[in-house]
Design a protein around this ligand. Structure first.
Ligand code: ATP
Length: 293
C-alpha cells in the first residue's frame, strides 16, 4: 500500500494543479520507469550539495537536444538563478538533478558521486522542489504540512509553519492546525498555498533546493513575505532558482543566462550588467532603459 505513496513522495513535494499540471504529473510518472536504480546503486546519506554537471547532453525522446555540453559547478550552499528565454531549458536542467530524466551524455555528480550510481530514493531525499502550483490534499493544515516529513512532531510542524510565515494565519483560524482544507474545507489563497509548500520544505530540510518561481502575480505584500520565507529557506542550502522575474534574483550568488546555446553568461547581477550582454538585454526588456548597477 505504501509503495505508490513513497514513489509519489519521492517524485515531488508539490504538483501543479489543473489540466496542464496534471499532464505534467502524468508525464513524470510516465517517464519514471525509465529511470531506475543501477544494479550497484548505493544509498547516499548526508550529502552537502556540491553539484557538478560534466559535459551534460540531454534531449526529450524523439526531439532535438535541449541541453548539450553543459559544464557547471555549483558549490554547496550557493544560490544560483537561471534566467533566459522561455523554452531554453532551465526547468529541464533542474529536473536532471533528481533524475526525473536520464542524461544522454556526460554526468551529474553530487559531492563527487555520480547521481546515476546513487539509489534514487536516497538521492531524492536530499532534494526539495517548490513549484508555483502546490499539491494540497483534502485534510487538515497539519497533515498537509506534515507531508514534507511524514511523522514529524507537532513542535516541528509548528516551527516549519512559523518559518514559512504561516503560523499567525493558522492560529487565527478557529480550528487552527485542525482546519480542513481542500474541496470541502477552507480555500487557501495562492500566497498561503505557497507558504504551505515552503513550510513542507522546512520540515523536509533538504540540502538541495529547486525553486520554480511563480509567474503569476501576487500582491506586493504577499510577494515580499514569500520572498523573505524563500530567502530563509535557501539559507545554507544549494539552491537553484528558475527565475521568471529578474527583480527577485538580484542578490543570487550567481546568475546563469540559459539560451539555445547553453549557458551563455554566468556572474553576479552587477557583473552581468557591466558586461552589457544577454543579461543586460533581458534586464532592459523587463525594466526599461534605466539600468541600475
Ligand atoms: P520556461 O521559462 O518557459 O519554463 P524553460 O527554459 O524552463 O522554459 P524547459 O521547460 O526546460 O524550458 O523546456 C526546454 C525545451 O524542452 C522546450 O523546447 C520544451 O518545449 C521542451 N520540453 C519540455 N518538457 C518536455 C517534455 N516532457 N517532452 C518533450 N519536450 C519537452
Amino acid at each position: 500500500f505504501l509503495k505508490p505513496i513513497d514513489k509519489i513522495n519521492a517524485l515531488m513535494e508539490s504538483y501543479p494543479k489543473g489540466m496542464a499540471g496534471f499532464k505534467r504529473f502524468l508525464q513524470l510518472l510516465d517517464t519514471e520507469p525509465d529511470v531506475k536504480d543501477a544494479p550497484n546503486a548505493v544509498p547516499v546519506n548526508g550529502l552537502r550539495g556540491d553539484i557538478e554537471f560534466r559535459n551534460v547532453t540531454f534531449s526529450y525522446e524523439g526531439h532535438a537536444d535541449v541541453l548539450s555540453g553543459i559544464n557547471l559547478n555549483i558549490r554547496a550552499g550557493e544560490t544560483v538563478a537561471l534566467v533566459g528565454p522561455s523554452g531554453a531549458g532551465k526547468s529541464t536542467l533542474c529536473s536532471l538533478i533528481p533524475r526525473f530524466y536520464e542524461v544522454d551524455g556526460g554526468d551529474i555528480a553530487i559531492d563527487g558521486i555520480r547521481i546515476r550510481d546513487m539509489q534514487l530514493r536516497s538521492l531524492r531525499a536530499h532534494i526539495g522542489i517548490v513549484q508555483q502550483d502546490v499539491f494540497l490534499f483534502a485534510g487538515t493544515i497539519r497533515e498537509n504540512i506534515a507531508y514534507g516529513r511524514l511523522g514529524a512532531s507537532e513542535e516541528d510542524i509548528r516551527d516549519a509553519a512559523r518559518r514559512a510565515h504561516l503560523l499567525e494565519m493558522i492560529e487565527g483560524l478557529p480550528e487552527g492546525m485542525d482546519t480542513v482544507i481542500g474541496e470541502r474545507g477552507l480555500k487557501l489563497s495562492g500566497g498561503q498555498r505557497q507558504r504551505l509548500a515552503i513550510a513542507r520544505m522546512f520540515l523536509k530540510n533538504p540540502p538541495i533546493l529547486i525553486l520554480d518561481e511563480a509567474t503569476s502575480a501576487l500582491d506586493t505584500e504577499t510577494e515580499t513575505i514569500i520572498q523573505q520565507a524563500l530567502t530563509e529557506l535557501a539559507h545554507n542550502r544549494t539552491t537553484l532558482v528558475i527565475a521568471h522575474r529578474l527583480a527577485t534574483i538580484r542578490h543570487a550568488d550567481r546568475i546563469l543566462v540559459v539560451n539555445e546555446n547553453g549557458i551563455a553568461e554566468s556572474g553576479k547581477h552587477e557583473e552581468l550588467l557591466a558586461k552589457d550582454g544577454a543579461y543586460a538585454r533581458l534586464h532592459r526588456a523587463q525594466f526599461g532603459q534605466a539600468v541600475t548597477v
